[in-house]
Design a protein. Sequence first.
Length: 133
Amino acid sequence: MKTALLAALFSVLLLTSCQTTQAPLSADTPSEIFFQRAQAATDQSQYDEALTIYRTFLADRPEASREDQFSARYEVALLLAKKGQEAEARAGYEAILADYEDLDKSAGAPAWVKVLTQKKLQEIKDRAPKAKQ
């Protein structure tokens, strides 16, 4: 009994000592780190945390590549939809598609974002009552 208790205590101590503290995100944090942390939060269903990370990225990194900007915007809309905030998600998807129509804004934007945005927007429209479309 005493051995089992010591083994359990040791396991807890080992696990807690292996946890690492992540450095705070800043304007000079590489884009990949923002996306990795946001994806990790999403994978743990911490949607508010992931939204904060993506929104911080968009606010703090206006010089980021178009690919990263469009990807982050898509992820924000996707997370809003996962949270059940479909009106906000729909507005986000529509804004992304509007920017694809503007050649100056869409230069360098990834094609996959446009395709998935159109699909997700259609899913929202299909779920909406017909009178609201």
